[in-house]
Design a protein around this ligand. Structure first.
Ligand code: LMR
Length: 404
């Protein structure tokens, strides 16, 4: 190899999720099914522009869209409306001065921003506890900034349920002051969330051990169809227990704004003074990272969040998306039973959110791809939104064939 300034760069394999999408797009079979990357598809298997987003865009066009820079921390109306969405409108008034917001490049950007803030405030870098399995980017975002990430068992693959005992054990034996990644709802990839009672239990240990909770919140409203329901854990921690916490919001899934990269970091701090100091640090970190965030998607989200009429319409879109996903879970289950697919399948309907965790071996996943043109993550996570009335029987039949 010729000498290079970059000679120390070892070859890294492509990102598994994006590589899967590329493989699907390159497949010429007319039967192909994409159950890989989490992006909502309608009943015809097509990307869906939310009717509310289309209306918001029309309103924006009427008023005229400028292409000026946003402030460094992002669009104020968008950030305030996001903070209100997170803690709920009733609690917002009493909480606002202790909340810090910073617009981000979707959920990943807000995770990155809170990681940078923690690294600045704690140069020795606390350990980051991450449930396993998890969204692959959690380890990458924190690992790339030099944090030591420690996975703990979240899921029992035998019973196909959340393993609360291991979870509690992991938190109890954690070093005080560690950072903890929580999936607010619709756990990616398992689709298994703690119950309200479980959250009460977890919160108590988190408080006792002085762990810092980061809520990865990419699916608010998308899980159950109700923002209030899906925000339960956040509001319990922040509003009821008054705990410091970070909330990493993405509007990719729940507004279908995948490519616009619309997100926001919301941090609940212990006082107005800490909030102001924290905000100034986030602003400086943001300036050095991206200077100022992208405007268009944030304006769409802000138009929706700040208009009572569009907000109502968005609530309806959330019900449309979450209900179709629920129906497809049931349809997959029914078809697997009809096909006599070996094994039990009730976990498919028990899980919730965008993803289903089927429990297939990597070799079955491979066979589904190679023989049947059905694409899913190697751990057999499927994006349930990729199913529709035209392909669900085919998918179930293929799974049954591979297992028989
Ligand atoms: C997924 O988990 O498939 C999505 O969140 C897309 C991504 O960026 O990984």
């Amino acid at each position: 190899m010729a000498a290079s300034f970059f000679g120390t760069a070892a070859r890294i394999p492509p990102d598994a999720i994006f590589a899967l999408t590329a493989a699907y797009l390159g497949d010429e079979s007319s039967n192909k099914v994409n159950l890989g990357q989490g992006a909502y598809r309608d009943e015809h298997g097509k990307p869906w522009v939310l009717p509310t987003v289309a209306k918001a865009r029309q309103e924006m066009e009427k008023e005229g869209v400028l292409h000026e820079y946003l402030p460094i921390s992002g669009l104020k109306e968008f950030r305030d409306a996001t903070a209100k969405l997170v803690v709920g409108s009733e609690a917002y008034g009493g909480k606002a001065e202790k909340l810090v917001t910073c617009q981000s490049i979707s959920g990943t950007g807000s995770l990155h921003a809170i990681a940078q803030l923690i690294a600045r405030c704690h140069p020795q870098k606390p350990k980051v506890l991450i449930p396993e399995p998890t969204w692959s980017n959690h380890f990458q975002v924190f690992g790339s900034l030099g944090f030591v990430c420690q996975g703990f068992r979240y899921y029992d693959s035998e019973s196909k349920t959340l393993d609360m005992q291991s979870y509690i054990q992991a938190l109890k034996s954690a070093e005080e002051g560690s950072v903890l990644i929580l999936h607010t709802c619709a756990h990616n990839p398992t689709g298994c969330d703690p119950s309200e009672e479980d959250w009460h239990h977890l919160a108590q240990i988190i408080r006792d051990k002085r762990l810092f909770p980061i809520f990865d919140s990419a699916y608010l409203g998308f899980n159950s169809g109700s923002i209030d329901k899906d925000a339960f854990a956040i509001r319990y921690f922040i509003n009821e227990l008054n705990l410091e916490a970070a909330v990493c919001i993405s509007y990719a899934k729940n507004m279908g704004l995948y490519g616009e990269r619309v997100g926001c970091l919301v941090v609940h701090t212990s006082s107005a003074e800490v909030a102001a100091n924290t905000a100034s640090n986030l602003e400086q970190l943001q300036r050095s990272e991206i200077s100022n965030p992208p405007a268009y998607g944030a304006k769409i989200a802000s138009t929706i969040l700040n208009s009572p009429e569009l907000r109502k319409s968005w609530d309806q879109d959330l019900v449309t998306m979450s209900s179709r996903i629920k129906e497809m879970r049931q349809a997959l289950y029914d078809n697997l039973i009809k096909q006599d697919a070996p094994g039990t399948w009730d976990h498919v309907t028990r899980q919730s959110g965008m993803f289903g965790f089927l429990g297939l071996s990597p070799s079955v996943v491979q066979e589904l791809k190679e023989k049947h043109h059905i694409y899913m993550s190697e751990n057999s996570r499927i994006s349930v939104a990729g199913l529709n009335d035209s392909n669900v029987a085919y998918v179930a039949e293929a799974i049954a064939k591979c297992l028989q």
